[in-house]
Every structure is written in structure tokens, then in C-alpha cells.
Write a protein that binds this ligand. Sequence first.
Ligand code: AMP
Length: 283
Amino acid sequence: MQIYQTRAVLQEALAQFRRTGKSIALVPTMGNLHAGHLALVAAARAECDIVLATIFINPLQFSPGEDLSSYPRTLDADIAGLTASACDAVFIPATTEMYPNGLDNQTLVSVPGLTARHCGASRPGHFDGVCTVVSKLLHLTGPDAAFFGEKDYQQLQVIRKMVSDLCMPVIIRGVPVQRSEDGLALSSRNGYLTDAEREVAPLLQQQLVSTRDSIVAGNTDYAALESAGMQALATAGFRPDYIAVCDAATLEPATAANTDLVILAAAWLGKTRLIDNITLQRA
Ligand code: AMP
């Protein structure tokens, strides 16, 4: 597997691939790779000739007080995992390489509307940081397709909207959530959980399943389902941020007219913020 650290070397290598007619897949990550990330690599591998992963902990998407400095950094293991997954190349830029003019007064890419609620409301500036870095990576690499996890459901929808609004010539693919055997969505932040919190963590997905089952059984009082879900999470020991039954595309609160739904949830367990979601179709 090739390792690139600078834009110049990356772009020269990609130009060479393109000259030989190879299609390119981009898999952006922040590293500390687990089976969720490697599922993106596998999906990319199945679709394109060249799979390019990126590992970059993007300071712009962390708010002050969040876990930028403690975010897990496991570069050797990440490179081993990517190599074993038949990834062709990885771009691991320094912050100065991605932000050559510094982070202050950086041009930002914003997707209003879709970022107004949910994680966008709880983490001001987060999605501007995500959209800015993802658009930089898309500009730098010009991939045929880019792969993102459905685990970060709002992020995936925001990126789809950004790419559509900015007429970016790239296909965005969503890859299903990868979970532990007990249902907990894999996340680099799961490593922050204490043993006791790790026992409780799967209840987040169980709550989503139970809310989904109530809707499938005919309950359309979404506000009541949301408050009951928040209450159940609080009783289990979480500090719930939100549970929201939404239209799956717009992420606006679901109405009786919506048939494609997503239930989004975020909740704190101690110092760890967990997110998860479940999609469903109403008849
Ligand atoms: P991150 O390194 O956390 O920024 O994630 C990089 C990419 O991996 C994003 O597109 C995430 O949505 C995706 N991802 C992270 N965890 C999972 C998971 N459990 N299942 C599927 N995709 C995931």
C-alpha cells in the first residue's frame, strides 16, 4: 500500500492512475480504524480500481472543549488494517498540508437546513468543519465515488446535499452501520467507555429498535415516542441529547405523510457521546 503525506505527491500518483483509465474511490476517515471503516474500504474495493483511504483528524470539525487532543491515534495499526483490506493507498496529511493558510479565516462550506437540527444543533460548527474538509479532499483527489458510513446518518445526508448543491462530479455511497455482536454501533469513541458504561451502551440501539417497532405496529405519535425514548435512556443511565423521528431525506420531524423514516439518536454515557440511527419504511 502506498502512503502519501503531501498533496503534491498524492496528486501526481492519482494523475498516473487516471492516465491508465483507472477509477478511484475515496474513503475519508479520522483513523483509529475498526470494522466499520474497513466495510467502507470493502465497498470501495468492490466498485473501483483504486481505493484511496485518508486518515486526518480534522481540527475544524471539533468544537472547543471536545476531544481533539485525546482523539485516539493508532497509525501503525490503521496502516496494517488498510493493507490487510487490500486498500491501494492512504493519504495521511499533516494539518498544515490540509490547511496551508492556517485554520483562522478558513473558507468554509456550509449546508444550512440539514445541519440546523440534531448533531448540527448540539455541535455548532461541526458540520461546517466536516463539509469543508470533505470538499477539500474531493477537490484534491477527484474520485469517481466516495464512501461514507450510515452510522453518521446526518453527516451522510449533509454530504449528499453538499455534493448536489455544488455540482461536484462524484457518486456518494452510504455503507450500512457495522455493529458489535451486542448491537453497539462501532465507533472510535467507544474506546472511551468504562467497562460499566460499555455494558449499558447497547441499550441505545435497543431503544431505537423498540421505537421503530412501535411505529411499525402503528403508533404515529412521534413526539410521545421521542419523549418515552428519552426517558428510557435517562433511566438506563444515559444523558440523552436527542431522539428524533424524521423524514429520512430531509431530517425534518416526521409527519403522517412521510413513509421513509429515520430515527436518529445521540446520548452521552459519562464522557462519551454516542450516536446511532435506524431507518424504516411505513406502509
Ligand atoms: P470517522 O473516522 O469516525 O470520521 O469515520 C469515517 C467514516 O467511517 C465515516 O464515513 C463514518 O460514517 C464511517 N463509520 C464509522 N463507524 C462506522 C460504523 N460502525 N459502520 C459504518 N461506517 C462507519
